[in-house]
Write a protein that binds this ligand. Structure first.
Ligand code: HEC
Length: 702
């Protein structure tokens, strides 16, 4: 070896040692300071809403309105899922973290999509049927070398960010009750915040704060009061109980589950919690003497150290329509009335866009951002909605807008401080609400107290006559989806792009862009100021999730999860016309040259005729039972959304073992409930209905 070569080696070694000692090779920590400064650190995406204010705004501008048409595929990744995908990927230290169905987590090299590790949550499949709206998950939280995920069966798990090994896990919910977790945790003030879902089945909602290091419970905030005889947990619960009547704790637990959004103001040390609908949906079944039923459908500001209420604002007092206020809450400083106001903004399901002072809860504006017929407006003095006279449905079927899917659901909105606009995946919808006749609770099942299968004008459910509706808010059937650019200062829309399909979550950037995926598989970029469409690509399967963006080694990437499912994905037909289709993560970059292969659906099973003979009355009875008990997973009128089997295509052998599957629980391990409370005759009627629908399909109907 020559002297020269030796020197070079020595220099290399010294260099390496120096870089290790200086800490260059050690990844930066996602800690409190990093989370607090996330908004002004453009390269990474370290918390689900990108920053504590949940803006989903990226200051990156390499990809911008003048060059976005050059976007091409950088890489794609198959997470091995056939169900709905709703997560926004997080990126820190060159690693991308996201979740797939059944709360499984994966970590990838953010440059190449190479898998670094996967964590199988091994969620109990039987719990799958406690999930009202698919076994989805909306993402992870990062903090000091750990990745946190809420599991569908109620666990909260902390994984090693480098290896994916489990560091600790806790069961956050009572195992014998129908709770589920689909929302992403947030880490604030060293605490992991996690909520849960289950109001459709009947639970008492709560939010928990766990020590991020140890998993020890620090506080728990119940969103509704419990049994007064057991004593209230605190003054907040005692006050809330004054707004309830009857024995709500026995009749479904009240609901109010905080299953999605949180936001945090680190200066005020306030954690904002969005709470869910009542359980049962029909107020007369849970609180027969009326009442506002706090803290249902509210934005609740909690002191982060104690989990106690600082202020609350109830968007829908005495909710009766599944109008949750769990939708994204975004914090901003806006110029309103000549003053800078620290605000919190929300477009909850009920159709009004709210701007509140986030320190005091003072209502600043509330204007409809979609068609609303349950209320004529919101009284700014009292802060209360002015309900229309038809809104509180009873035994007559009433058509109202929005429907229970909401004018905006969990699909994230985004706020661009440069344009001052909020980009909302907005929905126009209507729904027939009616109290379920002869309602009886079935513990662990859907217990809304309204009939999903009611269509109005039937002998069972006569429709409310049109003359009894408030003038100008009559019964109208309608469904439309749009990307809505809302001006929160003027409290009105700036522009709107109408979609044929349903829009997913949004991302906005300093490059004057808004990105949105659609249920028909298109991923689209618009200008943020005017909504001009600049670029689109077909990815082959429905998109619900919001995209994210990050910057690595001189390149900006945009990443989005594709995968159809969720509430509407189970209930409504798949817009891409796929029979089950896999999920995929697609990542784009300027001039990306990877070959784009859209997701391809699984081939439909062959349709062979199956003999059946049953009367039209039997088929009709089966249709009603199917609508009430099966449509939420197997699709309206038995046309599957694609995530769960389309029963019209079931094999003859499956029909032979229909009773074993449906009543005896043979497929529980796949997430198919055991309907042992249905009679043999009920299940036979459902089978007749399905065979009838199969024959219709074979005869050419859809
Ligand atoms: C909570 C969701 C859910 C509900 C509600 C539900 N199912 Fe299922 N069902 C499933 C899942 C999950 C599977 C497993 C197959 C799959 O994943 O596609 C399944 C499978 C089945 C199968 C077997 C299909 C095949 O081709 O192998 C039948 C039959 C079936 N369900 C009937 C029913 C009937 C009848 C009802 C209403 C009484 C019902 N299901 C309600 C989730 C549900």
């Amino acid at each position: 070896m020559t002297r020269k070569a030796l020197t070079a080696t020595t220099i290399l070694i010294i260099g390496l040692a120096a870089s290790i000692c200086s800490g260059e090779a050690k990844p930066a920590q996602v800690d409190d300071a990093a989370l607090r400064n996330a908004a002004s650190a453009p390269d990474e995406w370290i918390t689900i809403g990108r920053d504590y204010a949940e803006t989903r705004f990226s200051p990156l501008r390499q990809i911008n309105s003048s060059n976005v048409a050059r976007l091409g595929l950088a890489w794609s990744y198959d997470p091995g899922s056939l169900r709905g995908l709703e997560a926004t990927p997080l990126v820190a230290n060159g690693v991308l973290y996201a979740t797939s169905d059944w709360s499984n987590v994966f970590a990838l090299d953010a440059r190449t999509g190479r898998e670094l590790w996967r964590w199988d949550a091994k969620a109990d499949r039987i719990r799958g049927y406690r999930a009202c709206c698919d076994v989805v998950n909306r993402g992870v939280a990062l903090y000091k070398g750990k990745v946190y995920v809420g599991v569908i069966d109620g666990r909260l798990a902390a994984l090693d960010a480098a290896t994916g090994t489990l560091r600790w896990e806790v069961q956050t919910t009572p195992v014998d009750e129908p709770y589920t977790i689909t929302g992403a945790p947030r880490v604030v003030d060293g605490k992991v915040i996690i909520g849960n879902g289950g109001s459709e089945l009947g639970v008492r909602g709560f939010v928990s704060a766990y020590d991020a290091e140890t998993g020890k419970l620090i506080w728990r905030f119940y969103t509704v009061p419990g049994d007064p005889a057991k004593g209230f947990e605190n003054e907040d619960m005692r006050k809330a109980a004054e707004t309830w009547t009857g024995e709500w704790w026995k009749n479904g637990g009240g609901g109010g589950t905080a299953w999605d959004s949180f936001a945090y103001d680190p200066d005020a040390k306030l954690l904002y919690v969005g709470t869910g609908n009542g359980s049962a949906w029909d107020r007369s079944l849970r609180s027969p003497g009326g009442g506002d039923n706090l803290y249902l459908s509210s934005i609740v500001a909690l002191h982060v150290e104690t989990g106690r209420v600082a202020w609350y604002y109830q968007t829908t007092p005495g909710d009766q329509w599944d109008y949750t206020a769990v939708q994204q809450m975004t914090l901003a400083d806006l110029q309103i009335g000549g003053r800078t106001r620290k605000v919190i903004m929300q477009a909850p399901k009920n159709g009004f866009f709210y701007v509140l002072d986030r320190l005091t809860g003072e209502l600043l504006s509330a204007e409809p951002y979609a068609k609303v017929t349950w209320a004529k407006g919101v009284d700014l003095k009292t802060g209360r909605p002015i309900e229309t006279r038809q809104a509180r449905y009873g035994d007559k079927a009433v058509m109202l807008s929005p429907g229970p899917g909401g004018a905006h659901n969990w699909h994230p909105m985004s706020f661009n401080p440069n344009t001052g606009l909020v980009y909302i995946p907005a929905i126009e919808s209507s729904f027939t609400y009616v109290r379920e006749r002869d309602f009886r609770r079935v513990p662990g099942f859907w217990n809304m107290g309204i009939d999903l299968a009611a269509r109005g004008n039937s002998a069972q459910y006569p429709a409310l006559p049109e003359s009894e509706y408030e003038p100008g808010t009559g019964p109208e059937v309608g469904a439309a989806s749009s990307l809505l650019a809302w001006d929160p200062v003027a409290a009105k829309p700036r522009w709107r792009i109408k979609h044929e399909a349903t829009g997913g979550g949004t991302l906005t950037t300093a490059g004057n862009l808004v990105f949105q995926g659609l249920s028909d598989g298109r991923f689209v970029a618009y200008t943020a100021d005017t909504g001009a469409k600049l670029w689109e690509v077909q990815l082959g399967n429905g998109i619900m999730a919001a995209p994210g963006t990050y910057f690595l080694d001189g390149k900006q990437y945009v990443s989005v999860l594709v995968g159809w499912g969720g509430a509407s994905g189970l209930y409504a037909p798949n817009p891409t016309q796929q029979y089950k289709a896999p999920g995929r993560l697609f990542t784009f970059v300027l001039d990306g040259e990877a070959k784009l292969e859209p997701v391809r659906g699984i081939e439909r099973p062959p349709l062979t005729p199956i003999e059946y003979n049953s009367t039209p009355a039997e088929v009709e009875r089966g249709a009603t039972i199917f609508g009430r008990r099966c449509s939420m997973c197997h699709g309206i009128a038995a046309v599957s959304g694609g995530a769960i089997a389309d029963l019209r295509y079931a094999l003859p052998a499956t029909y032979d073992s229909f009773d074993q599957i449906v009543r005896q629980g043979a497929y529980q391990a796949l997430g198919m409930p055991k309907f042992d409370f249905l009679s043999e005759a009920d299940v036979a009627a459902v089978k007749s209905y399905l065979l009838f629908r199969r024959k219709e399909l074979m005869d050419g109907a859809r």
